[in-house]
Design a protein around this ligand. Sequence first.
Ligand SMILES: [Mg+2]
Ligand SMILES: [Zn+2]
Length: 184
Amino acid sequence: MTAMTHLPALFLDRDGVINERTPGDYVRTPEMFVPSEGMEEAMRLLSGYFGRIVVVTNQAGIGKGLMTEEDLRAVHQKMFDLVQEAGGRVDRVYHCPHTKDAGCRCRKPATGMAWQALVDFPDIDFANTWLVGDSASDIRLGQALGMHTALITGKTEEAEELASMKIDFQFDSLLHFARFIVEC
Ligand SMILES: [Mg+2]
Ligand SMILES: [Zn+2]
């Protein structure tokens, strides 16, 4: 009998995980994309462990007309460049451009972006996947699909909601998550 093998997969939120949050604004330009401390080292470590690494990010600034798809592409090019220079990789970025009231299926906590990733990378197994995010909506997406969940702490606006949730692990940075993963 041949066992079907899946490499572990990683779903990463972007703002507050890979780069610093910009409360009250969106990361509209490459200059506004500030990597979180240790992000490059984290991505290098994670790339050696995870078979797939995808980013899933809500970017309602597009739906609100505050930025364009082209602006987002430029921001993500900077992210790809930084990760690649560090010896890491991101296999693909999925973004939801819609506003909260648009009723789409992709805005987290809805699971549309994860299902699209599964279509694009059929070797992903949600049960062997980690979801890392700093918001309740990230954790809810992961929980809905049976992923392991890790919260990056720091989003004080949601402290109460997050404290009421059953989250598998909490770390104060992506780098600390990466060190935990590669050492276990
Ligand atoms: Mg976030
Ligand atoms: Zn959407």
